[in-house]
Design a protein around this ligand. Structure first.
Ligand code: NAD
Length: 740
């Protein structure tokens, strides 16, 4: 059997997300709800979703909508029927009855429930039907969250599990964990427990919500939404329903029960419509003052909102041991939360899973943690943990570890998949070099560079690593969320603060040299991005020989937003790609104008499908839906190209002031319609100067080095201006653009 048609019943948040992702994978899907109009509305929501649920809007055409009365016949020839209706058992039972009366033999039927046990869902099914029924628990937003928990009964056929697992792994790109039928499965059992602990301990220890989110966030390898902002994002009312179910399903003596109630203010918030981002606000809200948007945070003691405070913990790099040993309230809070998470998770092995490793993976894939609880334990060090912890009574997992007197215990990673991933091979690589921003590994006969700064922002060290690693074929890849958010602007601004423009120039020149080196080195350079590949990050991609791109990426040259121009070869390389198009051969100004439009508007693409038409990706790329496959795809490029030859250097013929006149006209129109202001005009002119080739004409040939020089000069002229510096500072502080 093959899965060729899917019916999704229930077109709310999850049903529409699942249906959209099936469209991404080109699987015909029918989305049914009580009324066709509801499912049609879901279609509109999918198209408007941010971040987008679809790789490209045209994918929506694969989706058909309908209602559960007239269109239920679609169930008859579906290979997989997914129920994603409201979390009400009676409604679900009625739907299953109807499905099993109408479905074809052998089709798979699953529920997306987060809280109802499988044995209750399937209690009315005939035993032969139970063999085809399971839970497939997707996470929201479906396109972006890697985790899929499949919960099966022991009677489920092994073939069926493999079929479904393979489909979800290969076609939908999910990390599939097969779980037992225990409350909250793996991800939510630990993830929601962790949130509850982080919330209750914050109140017990008198921390403000900003302080709690600052610690239970990046310093712990957890997304910056921490706990309170995550509550707002998920919906405070939805969290409350999930917790009610945990309270009901878990044994009375389960440690989760102690924190399941959360904090009293939650009921008040829900009652008054403060359900989070979708409501009037939640723990945080945006308030308008004099037309200015201000982020406010709830003071839990005063029950009042005040302007949110920035908490500076003075932490540059994640280091759990340092964090829990800090001699301040933050250190105490971190230890209290982390130790409880470790204690709870380990107390549930083997009860909820035999593989402790699966718990870590569930937190990585379902909550975007960079380490799961067991990896946290390994990172803290067993000795350090046992020195500090007061009570491990009844925790056989930890007692065992302690008795064994081991220094390290962590075995294989990512046991749930057979794919050869970066995470797995790290055990057998040789560490060639490491600096503050990147590591170089040798695996077989090639090198791997992994960046490891915040959002993988690039600095001298990142460049050094790249340059050093080109003695062998090189794969640039990383396990963290972002490929690279661009050149580290904080780093650049430090030079500016000291009036040290020479150092800025030297750094950008070094970036250019590195990118050029990547492009022309004798060994292939393959980039394998996922997440953000912006600015400098995109420039590295543009000048790699091959790109293996995950479907969840954001690519673009966005420098103009901060009043700069791409200067690591981004203008040059994108221009080169556009000069190679058929249209450019007929019109010498076409490429310059096109790239002027793309970079000038800081266009971004949120999938490889969208990146291609902008030529952020050229023909030398492939698209990978399962992030775990990035490494092996990059590796097979090396194997398949033993006689790799670097590209020929490119030469440009540009029309100089001729095309600049056309660009100036575009800028004048934008200025007159107030779409750009004074500084926007200055940035636009610099960009125009570079993309027109400077003082040249169509008879001249311009070298790549000349283009690099134009980029560098443009960059330096702009960074010297007060207005660009203001833009950079504003963006660094607020994450938002400043229009000046
Ligand atoms: P939702 O409230 O957004 O959507 C439910 C949809 O079901 C609505 O469109 C409703 O009209 C429809 N519906 C109700 N009764 C129906 C019926 N008899 N036939 C057809 N459609 C019917 O809910 P949701 O958040 O998408 O949750 C759906 C399921 O997924 C639940 O079981 C929930 O526990 C689970 N889940 C939710 C999340 C999440 O983050 N929201 C995450 C994982 C799992």
């Amino acid at each position: 059997m093959e899965i060729k048609k899917v019916v999704v019943i229930g077109s709310g948040t999850m049903g529409s997300g699942i249906a959209a992702h099936l469209c991404n994978a080109n699987i015909p899907v029918v989305l049914l709800d009580l009324k066709t109009e509801i499912a049609e509305k879901a279609k509109e929501r999918i198209l408007k979703s941010r971040p987008p649920l679809l790789f490209e809007n045209s994918k929506i055409n694969i989706l058909k909508t309908g209602n559960i009365t007239e269109d239920f016949k679609n169930v008859a020839d579906a290979d997989w029927i997914i129920e994603a209706v409201v979390e009400k058992i009676d409604i679900k039972h009625n739907i299953y009855q109807k499905i099993f009366q109408n479905r074809k033999k052998n089709s798979i039927v699953s529920s997306n429930t987060s809280t109802i046990p499988l044995k209750i869902l399937s209690q009315n099914l005939k035993s032969e039907d139970k063999k085809d029924f399971c839970i497939t628990h997707f996470f929201n937003p479906v396109r972006y969250m890697g985790l899929l928990e499949i919960v099966i009964d022991k009677t489920y056929s092994e073939n069926k599990i493999q079929l479904l697992k393979n489909f979800c792994e290969k076609i939908l790109g999910k990390g599939v964990l097969i779980c037992s039928d225990t409350p909250g499965f793996l991800g939510n059992r630990i993830g929601v427990y962790a949130m509850q602990v982080a919330m209750t301990e914050a109140v017990n220890m008198n921390l403000s919500i900003e302080e709690a989110d600052a610690i239970f966030g990046r310093p712990m390898g957890i997304p910056k939404t921490g706990v309170f902002a995550l509550y707002d994002l998920i919906g405070i009312d939805l969290m409350s329903d999930v917790l009610k179910s945990f309270k009901k399903e878990l044994p009375k003596n389960d440690a989760f029960q102690k924190v399941a109630d959360g904090i009293p203010i939650i009921n008040e918030l829900i009652k008054t419509g403060y359900t989070g981002r979708k409501g009037k606000g939640g723990f945080y809200r945006i308030n308008k003052n004099d037309g200015k948007k201000i982020l406010e945070a709830l003071d839990l003691k005063k029950n009042q909102y005040f302007e949110a405070k920035k908490i500076n913990l003075q932490i540059n790099k994640m280091n759990l041991l340092e964090l829990i040993n800090r001699n301040d309230k933050y250190g105490k809070y971190a230890w209290s939360v982390i130790s409880k998470i470790i204690l709870y998770s380990s107390s549930l092995v083997p009860q909820i899973t035999e593989e402790y490793n699966d718990i870590d993976e569930a937190l990585r894939l379902g909550f975007n943690w960079s380490m799961g609880p067991f990896e946290m334990l390994e990172a803290i060090g067993l000795d350090n943990f046992f020195d500090k912890i007061t009570n491990i009574e009844n925790n056989n997992f930890l007692i065992n570890l302690k008795n064994k007197k081991l220094k390290k215990f962590y075995g294989q990673r990512q046991k749930y998949t057979n794919i050869e991933t970066l995470g797995k091979i790290k055990k057998s690589v040789i560490k060639i070099d490491k600096n503050n921003s990147a590591e170089i590994y040798r695996f077989n006969d090639f090198n791997i560079v992994e960046f490891n700064t915040k959002a993988n922002a690039l600095d001298y060290n990142s460049m050094d690593a790249l340059k050093k690693a080109t003695d062998k074929p090189l794969i640039i890849i990383n396990e963290s969320m972002q490929f690279s958010a661009g050149v580290n602007l904080n780093y650049v601004m430090e030079f500016i603060k000291n009036n040290d423009l020479k150092s800025v120039e030297k750094f950008i020149k070094y970036f250019q040299d590195t990118c050029k080196h990547l492009k022309y080195s004798n060994k292939p350079v393959i980039s394998a991005p996922s997440g953000l590949a912006l600015g400098g990050g995109e420039e590295v991609l543009l000048q790699s020989n091959y790109v293996v791109s995950h479907t969840n990426i954001v690519m673009g040259l966005v420098e103009t937003i901060v009043g700069l121009v791409p200067a690591g070869g981004g203008c040059k390389e994108l221009l080169w790609r556009w000069t190679q198009t058929e249209h450019a051969k007929k019109d010498p100004d076409f490429a310059s104008l096109k790239v002027f439009e793309i970079i000038g508007n800081a266009k971004t693409a949120s999938s490889p499908q969208e990146a291609k038409p902008n030529l952020f990706l050229d023909s030398n790329h492939e698209v990978i839906i399962n992030r775990n496959n990035l490494f092996s795809a990059a590796r097979s490029f090396i194997t398949k190209n033993p006689h790799f030859k670097p590209p020929q250097e490119c030469k440009f013929k540009l029309s100089g002031k001729n095309v600049r006149k056309k660009m100036q006209k575009i800028l004048d129109d934008l200025y007159n319609s107030k779409k750009i202001l004074d500084h926007g005009m200055i940035v636009g002119k610099e960009l125009a100067y570079i993309l027109s080739g400077g003082e040249t004409n169509l008879q001249n040939e311009i070298s790549e080095d000349k283009m690099y020089e134009l980029e560098l000069n443009g960059f330096m002229k702009l960074i010297e201006t007060k207005q660009t510096q203001e833009r950079i500072k504003h963006t660094l502080n607020t994450g938002k653009p400043l229009i000046n």
